[in-house]
Each structure stands twice: as C-alpha cells, then as structure tokens.
Design a protein around this ligand. Structure first.
Ligand code: ATP
Length: 578
C-alpha cells in the first residue's frame, strides 16, 4: 500500500507542485490586503491624499481578482489529484481482491470490504487532498503572517499576542492519537453495520420464512447503536478539541487589543497599525483552528490507510508461476497422488489419501454423502486453494507449476450455487465470450433450457438476475450450464449443479453433454446415482477418502457403499411413484 502512495507521488508530484505553488502565491497575496487597509486608514487623516486611497483600492481589487483565479487553479490541481488517487487506488484494490485465492473470500465479509472500499478510501483521499492544502496553508500562512506582524507593526506586540500558540500545539498532540483510535473503532462499526444489512438483504427469503424480522431488526439496532456511540465519542472529542483551539486562538486577539491599545496610546504604533495587526491576528486564527481540522483528517486518513493496507497485504495463498503456458496445449490428463488437504481455516482434513487418474475424453463421477469432500477436489483442480507439491499433476506437470489462468481458461466449471448477473439471459450465457452471443440458443439447447427461455417475455433478451426476471432454481442451474458450455473448454466439471431439476432431466442433460461434447473430459458430481451410472468411472467418497471406485456394474457387484446407496435411491424412487 505504501508503494501505492509512493508510486502515485512519483508519477503525479508535478500536479501537487503546481497546486502548491499557486496556493502559496495566493497566501502571499493575501498578506497585502490588511497592509493596504491599514495604510488607507492612516491616509484617511490627510484628505488631499484621496487619489492615493483610490489607487490603493484599485490594487486591492487586482489582488482579490488574482486570488480568485489562483484559488481555482490550486483547487483543481490539489483536490483533483486527490480524486485521481482515489480513482486509481480503487481500481488497484479491486483488481487485488479479484486476484486473491478462495480463502480470502472465505475470510473477508462483503460489508467490511465495501466499507473499506468506500468510507476508508474517502478518508485517505481527504488526507491526500484537503488536508495537504490546509497543512501547507497553515504553515505558510502563519509564518508569513507572523513575519508581516513583526515587520509592518511591532515585534514585541507580536510576541505578546502569540503566547497562546504553544498551548494549541499541546492540545493538538493530545487529541490527535485519541481521534485515530476512535476513528478506527468507528470504521469497524460501519463495517459491521454494512455486513449485517448486506446479509439480511441477501438472505431475505430465510428471514421471511422464519419470521425473523424482529430478530434481524434487533441485531440491526444493536449494530446501529454501536455505530451511533462511536460517532458520538468522536463528536465529543472533536467537539471539545475544536472550541479549545478556538478559545486559545481568540485569546491572541484579546491580548493584541490589550497590549496594542496601550501602544497606540503611548504612540509606539499608529491606530492604522493596530487595525492592520488585528486583521493579521484574524488571519492567524484561521490557520490555528485549521490545525485541529488537519489533525483530525490526517489521523482519520492514517487509520483508514491501515485498514486498506490489511486488504493489500493479503497475498494469494496459491503459488503462481509466471504466466507462460498460454500456448501450451491443454489435454486435461489428471493424475492425483496421495493428495491430502485441509481448508486454510480448518484443522480437519477435507481430503486424504486421494489417488486417481482421469484420462482425456473420460467421464468420471464423484458420489458420496454430504460433506464427504466431492466438491473440494474440483476446487483444488482449479487452484482455488493451495495444495502440496507433487500431489496433483495436469498433463504431467505439477499443478503448482501451472498458472491458474491457464487451467481455468481450459476448464468449464459449473459450481453448486448458480449465480446470474443482472443482464440479459443471452449475455449471461456468453459471459466469458461476448462474441458468441448469437450462439447462445445452441448452448441453451444442450443444457435443456432453450424451451424455458422462449417462454420468457423477451426470450433471450430478458433481463435476469437481481434487477430482472426471477428464474426458478432449475432454470438458473441450466443457464449456468449453458454459460459453461459457451466457454468451449475441453474439460467440464459439473459440481452437483442439477440438484434443482428432476432425475430424468438431469440424466437427459448429462447424456446431451456426452453426445454433444464428444472427446471432452467430464467430472460430474451428483447425489443421484442413476444420473451418472453411465460414467466411465465412479469414485465413491466418504469422510474425505475414496472408499470405492469402478464403473456402475463393478460397483454394484462389490455390494458395498455404492450398492447400498443405489438400492436406497431405487426404493425411494419407487415409493415416490406409488
Ligand atoms: N471453505 C471452506 N472452509 C472450511 N471448510 C470447508 C470449506 N468448504 C467445505 N469445507 C468442509 O470440507 C468438507 C468437505 O466439503 P465438500 O464441500 O467438499 O463436501 P461435498 O461432498 O461436496 O458435500 P455436498 O454433497 O454437501 O456438496 C466438509 O466437512 C466441509 O464442512
């Protein structure tokens, strides 16, 4: 993350430089306005000098006009550059998130990521733009104002009036750390709140079915209360710090009138000089108050920056060699040797002692009880999670030496949960290859969903997903299969993705696939043994291990686990028919 800021400064320092030059110029011009006004006051005594007054007013107007132009320029460069940082960083973080392995998505909650993406990035932007302006302004304005006070009025009066300054420094230091801590806590409460909101919305069906509205409301209220409390703590702290600084800053004005008044009476300074001095004090109060603001914004920016770093610091746990296999032909010969695997957040082995060989063109099936490890294996083949060296080989090469892009480009995977994007159905099917949009009906036919689509209001142009027509679970599953087919990979994995259709349809789709995608390798995971009985080889999983393997008749002949499962399903089917 630090490198992101460094890299950005390296490329865009000149934008800041132009902005800062104009900012400093404006500050410098501003110094002359009180001086001119002070001079006018003194000149008022001499009536015949009205011409001089006219020229002074004219020069004030010129300065004011230049200030207006200059302000536009520095705003454009400094604020605009901070926005550019926000835009580039958002793109970088998003791409970093997309590059992560699956354990990242298992670990991070959506609402939390969203908050970091929006709120935290915004805080960092504030620290990179407005706070830079304020900081430079504060330092430069106060320095030149003090110099002007010494030079144009009186050093002793300047010193006496600025006695409260160090107190402001102490207040700032004290509150700075506190604000950072409170702000970090505030961001955490926002993350929790967005998580809860996002989850309640995503799981609204469950909430409704179980009449959990009150429970969810209570949970929301609890989180909302925590967010409110965190905000209030910040408001109290910031609310105390700001008036304290303001109070000590205005003390300077009181001291200026007290000591300056005496000096006018003693004729050490003129009345005009006192007016000038008071204007300078006024100009100093603002930067002094800005110190409080800058501290607040920088501390918030730092806290948010640490939160963004937590995302950027997480590295994909899957080893990736350089991507140089693009031109290599993918045959899809899989060999697995003594594979064992634990999910990164778990102590228990999800797979153990797995040995298998899948030859190109074969159809294999994984069957077994729920939670027995069937879905885990395809996830490892697709490099979603890291595996030990020498345990999985694709076309004779260790999977750890192959880039995930090469593997995923060549394998069509249909996961258990079918997710469709908010776009027309044909675009969902041709998602990976928009140029194949015209062929969408062909793939839909193989996936047995063509007829269903023709019945939709706008057929293939019907908008589906969150903002469109709601498809049934089975329809969604079949559209997902069509989408995988449009990828035209030589290796297809169907991970129990037909659970929402009846056995006959599942069988028909699998047979369709076998007939249409001849020479393609297929792994089919299913709970319905009947649907996969034609597979070349069936692996029976139990508790993370392969307990039986063979084709349908071989497995039946064993009269073991597979036989038991098959008989049970036959009886269930018969009972349903009766
Ligand atoms: N992301 C994960 N993190 C931790 N453990 C997981 C994760 N996904 C699955 N598991 C665990 O790994 C084991 C195997 O899960 P897997 O999803 O492979 O089973 P499955 O045979 O496909 O089950 P099902 O038929 O219900 O889909 C289970 O004990 C499960 O709880």
């Amino acid at each position: 993350m630090l490198t992101i800021i460094k890299e950005f400064f390296k490329k865009n320092w000149w934008r800041y430089l132009i902005g800062i030059i104009f900012l400093l110029m404006i500050d410098y011009f501003q110094i002359f306005i009180p001086k001119k006004i002070g001079n006018i006051m003194d000149d008022l005594k001499l009536v015949e000098n009205f011409d001089v007054i006219k020229t002074s007013i004219f020069s004030i107007l010129i300065i004011a006009f230049s200030i207006m132009i200059g302000r536009f320029i520095w705003r454009f460069f400094i604020f605009g550059t901070a926005r550019l940082f926000e835009f580039k960083t958002a793109n970088k973080i998003f791409s970093h998130i997309l590059d992560q392995s699956y354990d990242f998505y298992d670990k991070w909650r959506t609402g939390d990521l969203m908050t970091r993406f929006t709120e935290d990035l915004n805080s960092v932007r504030m620290a990179m733009g407005p706070s830079i302006v304020m900081m430079i302004d504060t330092i430069f304005m106060s320095t030149i104002t003090v110099v002007a006070m010494v030079k144009f009025v009186n050093p002793k009066l300047t010193f006496l009036s600025l006695i409260p300054l160090p107190v402001i420094g102490i207040i700032t230091l004290f509150f700075g750390k506190l604000i950072r801590r409170l702000f970090k806590n505030l961001q955490k409460t926002i993350s929790d709140l967005s998580d809860h909101t996002e989850e309640s919305y995503a799981g609204i069906h469950v909430v409704k079915v179980f009449s959990l509205e009150k429970t969810m409301q209570k949970r929301f209220n609890d989180r909302s209360q925590k967010y409110y409390d965190a905000q209030m703590k910040l408001i109290k702290t910031w609310g105390l710090m700001f008036p304290l600084i303001q109070f000590f800053a205005s003390m300077s004005g009181v001291l200026a009138i007290y000591f300056g008044g005496k000096m006018v009476i003693n004729e050490e300074i003129t009345f005009g000089q006192l007016v000038m001095f008071y204007s300078y004090i006024g100009m100093l109060v603002w930067p002094m108050m800005a110190v409080g603001w800058v501290v607040n914004v920088i501390q918030r920016g730092k806290a948010s920056y640490q939160r963004l770093m937590e995302i950027m610091d997480s590295q994909s746990s899957v080893p990736e060699p350089e991507l140089k296999n693009e031109n290599k032909e993918f045959k899809g010969h899989i060999k697995i040797k003594n594979l064992k695997f634990k999910y990164p957040n778990s102590e228990k082995y999800a797979l153990q002692d797995i040995n298998m060989e899948i030859k190109p063109g074969e159809m294999v099936a994984f069957v077994g009880k729920i939670g027995s490890g069937k879905s885990t294996l395809p996830k490892l083949l697709l490099k979603f999670y890291p595996v030990e060296n020498n345990s999985i080989f694709i076309d004779g090469k260790d999977i750890n030496k192959l880039h995930s892009k090469f593997i995923r480009d060549n394998i069509s995977y249909v996961p258990q949960e079918s997710f469709l994007f908010s776009m027309p159905i044909e675009d969902n099917i041709s998602f990976a290859h928009p140029e194949r949009v015209k062929e969408a009906p062909e793939f839909a036919k193989i996936a047995n969903v063509h007829e269903d689509i023709l019945e939709l209001p706008e057929k293939y142009k019907t908008l589906v997903g969150e903002r469109g027509v709601t498809l049934s679970g089975g329809q969604k599953q079949r559209v997902s299969i069509a989408r995988a087919l449009a990828k035209d990979a030589s290796f297809i994995i169907l991970d129990d993705c037909l659970s929402a259709v009846d056995t006959e349809t599942e069988e028909a789709i699998i047979n369709n696939l076998r007939n249409n995608v001849i020479n393609k390798t297929m792994i089919v995971i299913s709970h319905r043994l009947k649907a996969v009985r034609n597979a070349d080889k069936i692996y029976v999983f139990d508790n993370g291990k392969i307990v039986e393997q063979g084709n349908h008749s071989e497995l039946l002949a064993l009269e073991g686990v597979y036989y038991g499962m098959y008989m049970k399903q036959l009886i269930e089917e018969k009972l349903e028919e009766e």
